[in-house]
Structure formats: structure tokens, C-alpha cells
Design a binder for this molecule. Structure first.
Ligand code: IPE
Ligand code: IPE
Ligand code: MG
Length: 261
């Protein structure tokens, strides 16, 4: 009797730094905004593919706190694209039972984008199967600042104690991501090998995949390749290989008999 080796699972939460829209457009002699438009098509493809592959949560870095430094025309174009995306995709998210969430200082976004977000989130808030998180006006440093402020306010109001911050569970309750799992896999497209202020704390034990593919060219095949790379990695969380092997053997022993051949 031989047993099938346990397949490492697909990541429960994939976070993506969608980069390279501008270069994609430049290579074709097109305006940068055309690259962003094509980038939105990749968003639709990749979010659908992730759901089909059983990924429960996807976080997309859509606009960083630093992106306000771009030319006003590009920032305006990105905000308009966000609105169009939300209006167009909300019925599909409802059909596919996807809950839309945001992380970041969304209160600083233009009113049109805020209204579209509010409507999309209200329409999908009750879904629990899948979660799509848009990081908008997001930066890890502002997230820590906001968490510190929220924690201090809770202490002052008597809703939290000073000791709460002694544990990560106690402090992380005040992060934007308090009710989200940490990402298992972080993907960055376009060949850049940096984090650009994205989920610095939450990706403490994530696996990273950097691909040279520009975001508008990133599709289902590229997502599967990244997941395959993830599945080939050994996540040790500070332990040693032998300890993981023992835990896997235990999990295998507890598997139902019908999967033993
Ligand atoms: C990513 O593509 C999209 C956003 C940051 C909003 P870029 O616009 O950064 O593309 P490149 O890096 O200039 O190619
Ligand atoms: C990171 O990409 C932000 C988003 C993908 C939204 P950038 O293109 O802004 O990152 P840097 O400035 O090159 O590091
Ligand atoms: Mg970029």
C-alpha cells in the first residue's frame, strides 16, 4: 500500500504588486493610460483565474500613497478607471460571490471613486466564499501610523489595555488587515525586485515570486506558474525541515482511508 504524497495546497491568499503598465504602453508607443486600461483587463482575468484555482483571497496593489506624486493627468485617469471597473464588475462579483474590501486611506480618494467603492462593497459585503481586496491609497508605513493611532485611542477610551500591544494578535487587531489572513504568496510583475511599501508586516512569512512579465501581459498561465513555484518552496516558519516532515507525516496518517491507494 502506497500513499499519494500530500500536494502542497494552493495559497489561500495571494497579494499582487501589479507593475509595468507604463512600460507596456511605452513599448508600443501608446499613452501610459492605455497601459493602465490593459492592466484592468489583467485584473479581471487574474481574479477569475485565482477563484477557479481555489484561491480564497486576492489582494491587489492598485494605488500607493506614493502614487499621488505622478502627473495629475495620470492620477485622474487611474481614478476614473477605478470607477469604471467598479461599476462594470460589481454585478460579476455578486454573481461569483466575491466580497470586495479595501485597505488604505480610502477616505482621501476623490468622491466619485469613494461612492463607487461604497456601492460595490455594500452589494458584496455578505459574501464569505471569496475576497477581493483593493489596496488603494495604501502604504505600509501609513498603515502602522493609523494602527498606532487607533490603538492609542482604544487605550484612552478604556477599550484596550497597554498589555494588548505586547502580543502581535493584540496589536495587529488595529491594522487595516485585522480580519484578513496574511498573504501566503506575494507576486510582483515587471522585473522590479522591491516591495514599494506593500504589506510589509503581513508578508513577514510570505513567499515572493518576481516575474519579468509586465502586468498587462500577466494572465492565467503566469498565475499558475507562480503558484507552481510557491508549491515547490518549503515554508519553515523558523523551524527545521525534520520538524516539518514529522508534521506532514502526522497529517498524512490522519488522512481518510479512501485517498490511500
Ligand atoms: C503599475 O504600473 C500601476 C500603478 C502603479 C498604478 P506602472 O504605472 O507603475 O508601470 P511602470 O512601472 O511605469 O512600467
Ligand atoms: C507599486 O508600483 C505601486 C502599485 C503597484 C500600485 P510603483 O510602480 O508605484 O512602484 P515604484 O515606485 O516603482 O517602486
Ligand atoms: Mg511601476
Amino acid at each position: 500500500m502506497t500513499s499519494v504524497p500530500l500536494q502542497p495546497p494552493v495559497p489561500a491568499h495571494i497579494a499582487i504588486i501589479m507593475d509595468g503598465n507604463g512600460r507596456w504602453a511605452k513599448q508600443r508607443g501608446l499613452p501610459r493610460l492605455e497601459g493602465h486600461r490593459r492592466g484592468v483587463e489583467s485584473v479581471r482575468t487574474v481574479v477569475d483565474a485565482a477563484r477557479e484555482l481555489g484561491v480564497r483571497c486576492v489582494t491587489l496593489y492598485a494605488f500607493s500613497v506614493e502614487n499621488w506624486r505622478r502627473p495629475g493627468e495620470e492620477v485622474g485617469g487611474l481614478m476614473a478607471l477605478l470607477e469604471t471597473f467598479l461599476h462594470r464588475e460589481t454585478p460579476n462579483m455578486v454573481r461569483d460571490r466575491v466580497c470586495l474590501r479595501t485597505i488604505g486611506r480610502t477616505e482621501e480618494l476623490p468622491s466619485g471613486a469613494r461612492a463607487a467603492l461604497k456601492a460595490a462593497m455594500a452589494a458584496t459585503a455578505h459574501f464569505t466564499d471569496y475576497t477581493l481586496v483593493l489596496a488603494l491609497n495604501y502604504g505600509s508605513r501609513t498603515e502602522v501610523q493609523d494602527a498606532a493611532r487607533a490603538y492609542a485611542a482604544a487605550v484612552l477610551a478604556g477599550r484596550a489595555s497597554l498589555d494588548d500591544a505586547a502580543s502581535w494578535e493584540g496589536f495587529s487587531r488595529h491594522l487595516y488587515t485585522h480580519d484578513l489572513p496574511d498573504p501566503d504568496l506575494v507576486i510582483r510583475t515587471s522585473g522590479e525586485k522591491r516591495i514599494s511599501n506593500f504589506l510589509l508586516l503581513q508578508s513577514a512569512y510570505a513567499e515572493f515570486v518576481f516575474t519579468p512579465v509586465l502586468w498587462p501581459d500577466f494572465g492565467k498561465a503566469e498565475l499558475i506558474a507562480a503558484i507552481d513555484e510557491f508549491r515547490g518552496r518549503e515554508r519553515r516558519f523558523g523551524q527545521i525541515t525534520e520538524q516539518l516532515a514529522a508534521a506532514n507525516a502526522e497529517a498524512e496518517a490522519q488522512r481518510p482511508a479512501d485517498v490511500i491507494i
